[in-house]
Write a protein that binds this ligand. Structure first.
Ligand code: CA
Length: 221
């Protein structure tokens, strides 16, 4: 598994890296919050181990930024502080679990295993709605036997629509989730991208999956 450790205590970072590498994982380390956030955004990690108190940016800040990007990588937050408020704040920021320093390697590894189990349960590699499949690793779609190539933005849009299948989603929800902000109401960029997806997903199919819901927005399935 590919792991990113963001930890500014050099000894602890190298200790954790060594243990995880011995357990067969591929481990990158960042010693600074800003660098860690950049690596987390760029790299396809299976899990992040994130210290809270860091130079550059706090762990909580990194968590919030990644979640705001729509990045759902499992995050184990590590901190020296051990109050209920700290835990709640970390979890509210989007961390999946919480580990208090000092911790044993056995505990770290047990937490990571449990995190991986939950995340593969929560979101498998493939999303499916009827005969439409979306592979979240290759980022390719498939409708029946036809492969669907997607641009990055089309993938994000389809991913969002599939996670909310069978429920109407508004243009505001889409623009916030997929673009990260609200468009002016007079721009039609969401409609334009929905049309791109329609061409790729529903073209030639007997059953249309992308529906316009009048006065609301769109619905998949
Ligand atoms: Ca620290």
């Amino acid at each position: 598994m590919r792991m990113l450790v963001v930890e500014d205590e050099l000894k602890l970072a190298s200790f954790v890296r060594q243990a995880l590498e011995e357990a067969g994982h591929q481990v990158d380390v960042a010693y600074d919050g800003e660098v860690g956030l950049g690596m987390a955004r760029a790299g396809a990690y299976d899990v992040l181990i994130l210290d809270h108190m860091l130079p550059g940016r706090t762990g909580r800040d990194i968590c919030e930024s990644l979640r705001a990007d729509g990045n759902s990588v499992p995050i184990l937050m590590v901190t020296a502080r051990d109050t209920v408020q700290d835990k709640v704040a970390g979890l509210d920021a989007g961390a999946d679990d919480y580990l208090t320093k000092p911790f044993s390697l056995e505990e770290l590894q047990a937490r990571l295993r449990s995190l991986m189990r939950r995340s593969s349960h929560r979101e498998g590699r493939t999303l499916q709605v009827e005969d439409l499949l979306l592979d979240t690793e290759t980022r390719h779609g498939r409708r029946g036997s036809r492969t669907i190539e997607l641009t990055a933005r089309e993938y994000s849009l389809l991913h969002f629509m599939m996670k909310h299948a069978y429920e109407p989603v508004t243009r505001a929800m889409i623009s916030e989730e997929v673009w990260g902000f609200d468009f002016d109401t007079n721009t039609n960029v969401v409609d334009v991208y929905i049309n791109y997806l329609r061409n790729k997903v529903d073209r030639g199919a007997d059953k249309k999956l992308i529906h316009t819901i009048r006065n609301v927005g769109y619905q998949l399935g």
